[in-house]
Design a protein around this ligand. Structure first.
Ligand code: SAM
Length: 265
């Protein structure tokens, strides 16, 4: 279903400019809101998906709810890391300051923000997202999110967001272009209703990861390929992730394919 773009009833000039930019990026209509309610706009434009720009922020309204950018779980995770606690994703990546990470499934960006925090200014995190609406909101959100936390802000603004299919993006990269290639595909058996993903359920791309994509990721990774899934998922074995990192009682785990010292020719 197509997404249209509009503003609040009395938008400031910056919001109008952002809405125009969003409509151009999404190659869709910018609809003058006038005094119309969102329900009236949905009927008039025959769509459930409306992107609204208000006070410089972007919100997506779908039939399943509303989504706007928030760093969500990255905030307590970064706080815990700064207190010296471990993070399973960071451990699975064996992530070090200065590393480069290709996050093939950027989604709402939480994992990428944590990776960027650890990789630091000497490192580089690039996030790939197939769905243009999500890529746009997350890109705008990371660049403009208002926070007092400088480490969080710096981690977000350093992330390079690309709207693309990871299959195509990987194919265009040279061997060992990134230290770590990361996948967090939509779980084959969703664990529970995730409140932050719920408004996006009808929009996200939820195809399974393919063995071909994993092969390409191994070629592009200098150090490791990592995949997140349910702890007992058969996806790990199907795709060749033989080493698993995760807490004993954690519902999610991280499969690791270590590149160094192994022959993947
Ligand atoms: C479970 S979410 C990732 C959540 C993310 N790790 C986070 O911290 O918010 C998976 C995301 O990958 C995207 N995706 C799925 N297949 C893709 C593909 N082939 N190329 C690029 N993005 C893809 C989906 O649209 C979805 O937004």
């Amino acid at each position: 279903m197509r997404t249209i773009v509009t503003t609040s009833h009395k938008p400031d000039p910056r919001s109008v400019a952002i809405a125009g930019w969003a409509a151009e990026v999404l190659n869709t209509e910018f609809v003058d809101r006038s005094r119309m309610s969102l329900d009236d706009l949905k009927i008039k434009c025959n769509t459930d998906n409306i992107m609204v720009v208000a006070n410089g922020d972007i919100k997506l309204y779908s039939s399943r709810g509303e989504y706007f950018f928030h760093p969500s779980m990255s905030v307590p995770r970064i706080k815990a890391i700064r207190q010296g606690k471990s993070d399973h994703m960071v451990a699975a990546m064996a992530l070090q300051p200065g590393d480069s990470v290709l996050d093939c499934t950027l989604g709402l960006g939480s994992d990428a923000i944590v990776a960027s925090f650890i990789a630091g200014p000497e490192g580089q995190v690039t996030g790939i997202e197939a769905v243009p609406e999500i890529a746009l909101i997350v890109k705008h959100g990371m660049a403009n999110f208002r926070t007092e936390s400088q480490p969080l802000k710096s981690a977000m603004v350093r992330i390079q967001v690309e709207c693309a299919l990871y299959e195509q993006y990987l194919a265009g990269l040279p061997d060992q272009a990134f230290d770590i290639v990361y996948f967090d595909p939509m779980f084959r058996h969703p664990r529970m209703k995730s409140s932050s993903m719920e408004p996006l359920r009808g929009i996200v791309k939820d195809d399974p990861l393919s063995p071909d994509a994993v092969r390409e990721a191994i070629r592009v990774a200098g150090k490791r390929v990592v995949m997140k899934e349910n702890s007992f998922s058969k996806e790990f074995a199907r795709l060749g992730f033989n080493s698993i990192v995760g807490g004993r009682y954690s519902p999610v785990a991280f499969g690791v394919i270590e590149k160094r010292g192994q022959d993947y020719e």
